[in-house]
Design a protein around this ligand. Structure first.
Ligand SMILES: Nc1ncnc2c1ncn2[C@@H]1O[C@H](COP(=O)(O)OP(=O)(O)OP(=O)(O)O)[C@@H](O)[C@H]1O
Ligand SMILES: [Mg+2]
Length: 259
């Protein structure tokens, strides 16, 4: 179930380029943490280090430590595939497998972990995951139709169902609503609110109202200039970050005064 993430002294590189410098933070279980900051400050890069997706990019690497409860996810004996099962990810653009049915999309990841899952167990998992993603009622009569035939908001909820079907402890979401209309956005926000009872959730968003609405804690990242690494400027209770942050840089950002 939901686990705590503890990051200490993390530096993130693409080859020689230091993209994110010296981040330490704690991400609490059963809560929503928002990452905010201007474009290019390293939010997505840092997010991907939390489930070892970063190293999939050739030449990319990290220095420092990320603990998932008591597991050092960069430890020598740790399998990155296992880390990604524990720490699921939902991307900006909904990416269901287009030719796969809705049913098969939901079960795809879970099937990889358990190839001999019975039909009854699979049916149950599909229904539970789709219910959990607030999508069941909309798709229960067309489970065998392709995932690509759903609306953008439905596809995003399908991706959330797929991510939760493997029963991760943490869900990372990189701008999950940026391609959605306001109604679908609210549907996803409601869902995030519900999911936090069971998961540790991290969401990257450019939408400040969204950060204020959905998150318990907010981390503000910034960079000193082009070519400079992104840094964590300040992290705290969302209400405090948006009303009386400690740092002038944070204040400038949240009030729309950049630089
Ligand atoms: N695959 C890559 N190879 C090299 N550099 C990269 C790669 N991906 C990102 N970067 C660089 O790392 C830095 C941080 O990028 P990142 O995408 O993490 O920013 P971001 O805060 O998510 O921005 P946005 O809000 O626009 O999504 C940028 O300077 C970017 O150009
Ligand atoms: Mg990004």
């Amino acid at each position: 179930m939901a686990k705590r993430i503890d990051v200490s002294g993390l530096h993130v590189y693409y080859g020689d380029f230091l993209a994110v410098e010296d981040v330490s933070m704690t991400i609490e279980p059963r809560s929503v943490t928002a990452f905010i900051g201007s474009s290019g400050c390293g939010k997505s890069t840092f997010l991907r280090t939390l489930n070892r997706m970063h190293e999939v990019t050739p030449g990319a690497r990290v220095d420092g430590k990320v603990m998932l409860d008591d597991m050092d996810i960069y430890g020598p004996d740790v399998d990155p595939v296992e880390v990604r099962r524990e720490v699921g990810m939902v991307f900006q653009k909904a990416n269901p497998f287009p030719t796969m049915s809705i049913y098969d999309n939901v079960i795809a990841g879970a099937k990889l972990n358990n190839k001999r899952m019975s039909k009854a167990k699979a049916d149950d998992l599909v229904e539970r995951s789709l219910r959990g993603a607030n999508l069941w009622e909309e798709v229960k009569d067309r489970l065998n139709k392709p995932g690509a035939g759903l609306s953008g908001g439905q596809q995003q909820r399908l991706c959330i169902a797929r991510a939760t079907a493997v029963e991760p402890s943490v869900l990372l979401m990189d701008e999950p609503c940026s391609a959605l209309d306001p109604i679908s956005t609210l549907a996803i926000e409601d869902l995030i609110h519900k999911l936090k009872e069971e998961y540790t959730i991290v969401i990257v968003t450019h939408n400040m109202q969204q950060a204020a609405r959905v998150s318990d804690r907010t981390a503000f990242f910034n960079l000193a200039g082009t070519g400079k690494p992104g840094r964590l400027i300040e992290m705290g209770e969302t209400n405090k970050i948006f009303t009386k942050p400690d740092e002038q840089e944070t204040e400038n950002y949240i009030t729309g005064r950049f630089g």
